[in-house]
Design a protein around this ligand. Structure first.
Ligand code: ATP
Length: 688
């Protein structure tokens, strides 16, 4: 469907991009040479340059360095444009004009001379490509809303500067292109989706007004992709006040961080700041107290631990802490008269001051009171008497504090609730993970937490995994707007006792969006996953593939042999990634040890930092957020997956598969897997 004018236009753009690229290349080379020459001059004349000139020279060198970096980034963008300058064209006629304008849309904008030839996909006008079909359309320009008619919409696939196809876009063709994109085998890292962003996704990406945006989306609905594209959009839209180091992503682990690390650079943006709850806690409490990392729930059957975790994960726990904090001044502070010579600050005044400074941490309140008392003594001191220093007063005030540190206060909290059994320290001066954020909350009351002023937009992924008290602390540390996303259908910790509504209640005035369409997996895989856990809301995209198989094995050896056969078949296939997902990391490690002698297998554990394609063995917990062409779930028997909560785990594991899914079991099948899905597999299988 390529027409001659499309080809001619592309040739013209290619020429202009090449020309711009040559100029940009020459610019970078020239700037680089100037920089090197200047540096050489400074080294050679170091002894003769006076310090003032040296300082000026260093400033100049810095400036040159920045200019070179900027030119290099322009050149790099042009290099990417050279491969594929644009992917769409819309013709739009404004209501008060007679002829439509043609607007080409690409990954980046491209200006040649005075002409803007390609619009960035994030530009206001480009939004119409995602939002409208041919007919009435409009967009929000900086000057206000512009309405008109979309008279033409074309989509292009350009690779290595060559037009592979040009299509007149209609709903069905857009669906076809989406299908094509989704049918690809997996890439090693998550990729951008700018050519096929869906309307409901675009609304989230381009949302500028929500201070807090909460997105609940079913497995594979594109939440993470959207969050990353939203960051790219915000960086573009607010480029004068927001840069990549102002944006933070709180993500579940480093492997996930590594998996998503290429999307922003692909969109021409710098990587943003990656954060984890552990790092945040460590940064705040430093060496004050140690803490254990989180235990993997599926690998522990310590019921007392589960009870402690459950209690601290409820929304009501936040209320209990708040009640305690309200009562705490009466418990910890015992004001007394402070007298020095003829000067006295009486207990009642001290208490009133302490209460009046209620918005400040206890330590700071004491400092403020000490300074107030000092000021009063000073202004009352007509006779020029000796008056105490502020630090002496502070010392006296500190003595009025009955509980000397946050840890003692935290222990007091459990006494106050009559639940001392719910606080246990695994070793000296070490907290359990579930106590870390409650501790931080009290630390804020007592000593004060350090607010993070650098981050101006925070993205929190896998929102269902964090507890209300963690959110409360995050809100103290990060006052900035937030995008919070996840899926309460993918709850990993059975001891967590809170809901999406609980989370929403922590963000009054937030906007909420629900995504129900799943893009990752084939229709058959999603239908299968829904039989395990019917989330009710999930809608699979109409992309068909092989139905998932459940394979019964004679015994564990046979199961291992069958897995090996599956690996052999994978190696012969066109797929690039296969994951063998076990319930626990322990099972995964055993399997890895059995397979790694014969195959190149990667094992992803909580300590891993990198995501690679090929064959991966990992636990369900670590597979969250990732995706693979093919997934194998071994040990799907009634021992391994029997509890109601195991539904969530199986659901998470199954929905990691894009194209093919196989489950294995020996003995009795898990009751959570319906028999009608079962494909009997009785033969003994041999390795070739
Ligand atoms: N509009 C789209 N066009 C093309 N691919 C898309 C689109 N939306 C989502 N996808 C693809 O669907 C897959 C799932 O996306 P993503 O990982 O962002 O979903 P998620 O909702 O975060 O999933 P989960 O919660 O299951 O981890 C990815 O391969 C992504 O590229």
């Amino acid at each position: 469907m390529n027409n001659q004018s499309d080809i001619l236009y592309l040739e013209e753009i290619n020429r202009k991009v090449n020309d711009a690229l040559e100029k940009a290349d020459a610019d970078v080379r020239r700037l680089d040479e100037n920089y090197m020459e200047f540096k050489r001059y400074m080294v050679q004349n170091r002894g003769e340059i006076d310090p003032h000139e040296m300082f000026q020279n260093e400033m100049e060198l810095n400036r040159m360095d920045n200019t070179t970096a900027l030119s290099a980034s322009i050149r790099d963008k042009l290099l990417k444009l050279k491969d594929s300058p644009y992917f769409a064209r819309i013709d739009f006629k404004e209501n008060n004009s007679c002829i439509p304008g043609k607007y080409y849309i690409g990954r980046f904008s491209f200006r040649y001379g005075n002409e803007l030839l390609i619009f960035d996909w994030r530009a206001p006008i480009s939004s119409m490509f995602y939002d409208y079909e041919i007919g009435p359309a409009g967009f929000d320009a900086p000057s206000g809303r512009i309405e008109g008619q979309l008279t033409e919409k074309r989509q292009f696939k350009i690779k290595n500067g060559k037009l592979e196809y040009a299509l007149q876009s209609s709903l069905t063709i857009q669906d076809d292109i989406l299908q094509q994109e989704l049918s690809h085998t997996s890439d090693e890292k998550m990729k951008s989706i700018i050519t096929t962003i869906q309307k409901e996704q675009n609304q989230i990406i381009r949302n500028e007004n929500s201070r807090t945006l909460i997105i609940q989306g079913v497995a594979g609905s594109g939440k993470t992709s959207i969050a990353l594209h939203r960051i790219a959009f915000l960086l573009y839209r607010f480029k004068d006040r927001l840069s990549a180091d102002h944006v933070g992503i709180l993500s579940p682990n480093r492997v996930f961080g590594n998996y998503i690390s290429e999307v922003l650079p692909e969109l021409g943006e710098e990587p943003v700041c990656e954060l984890g709850f552990t790092d945040i806690a460590r940064e705040q409490i430093g060496n004050l107290i140690g803490f254990e990392t989180d235990r993997v729930p599926s690998e522990s059957n310590d019921s007392a631990w589960m009870e402690r975790v459950r209690f601290k994960s409820a929304l009501s726990f936040v209320k209990q802490m708040d009640d305690f904090i309200s009562a705490a001044p009466g418990i910890i502070f015992d004001p007394a008269d402070f007298t020095y010579g003829r000067f006295t600050a009486d207990a009642d005044t001290i208490k009133k001051r302490f209460d009046a400074y209620g918005n400040f941490p206890v330590r700071q309140r004491l400092k403020m009171i000490a300074s107030d008392i000092y000021e009063r003594f000073h202004s009352d001191n007509y006779m020029g008497d000796d008056i105490p220093k502020s630090s002496t007063i502070l010392k006296a005030l500190n003595k009025m504090i009955k509980i000397k540190n946050t840890l003692s206060l935290y222990k007091e909290f459990y006494k106050y609730m009559n639940k001392t059994e719910l606080f246990i320290m695994p070793s000296k001066n070490t907290l359990e993970w579930a106590d870390v954020f409650p501790f931080l909350y009290l630390y804020n009351f007592y000593e004060g937490l350090q607010e993070n002023r650098l981050i101006r937009h925070l993205v929190i992924d896998e929102m269902q995994d964090y507890t209300p008290i963690q959110y409360v602390v995050i809100n103290i540390l990060f006052h900035c707007p937030k995008t919070i996303l996840g899926d309460f259908g993918q709850f990993i910790n059975p001891s967590h006792a809170y809901t999406l509504d609980d989370l929403k209640s922590l963000y009054e005035g937030s906007d909420f969006i629900e995504l129900t369409k799943s893009y990752r997996s084939t229709y058959e895989i999603i239908s299968f996953a829904m039989q395990i856990k019917n989330t009710g809301t999930i809608k699979a995209i109409e992309r068909h593939g092989t139905p998932p198989a459940i394979i019964r094995c004679q015994n564990k050896n046979d199961e291992l042999l069958t897995i090996r056969n599956k690996i052999e078949a994978f190696l012969q296939s066109s797929y690039s990634s296969l994951a063998i997902i076990t319930k626990t990391s322990h099972d995964g490690k055993l399997l890895y040890d059995q397979l790694s002698g014969d195959y190149e297998v990667h094992f992803i554990s909580t300590d891993s930092t990198e995501f690679k394609s090929g064959i991966t063995v990992t636990s369900i917990q670590m597979s969250k957020g990732l995706e693979f062409d093919e997934v194998i779930i071994p040990y799907a028997d009634s021992v391994c997956y029997s509890e109601e909560h195991d539904r969530n785990l199986l659901y998470i594991a199954c929905t990691r598969a894009m194209h093919r899914l196989t489950l294995f079991y020996t003995g009795e099948i898990s009751p959570l897997l319906k028999p009608e899905n079962q494909t009997n597999y009785n033969e003994k299988t041999r390795l070739p």
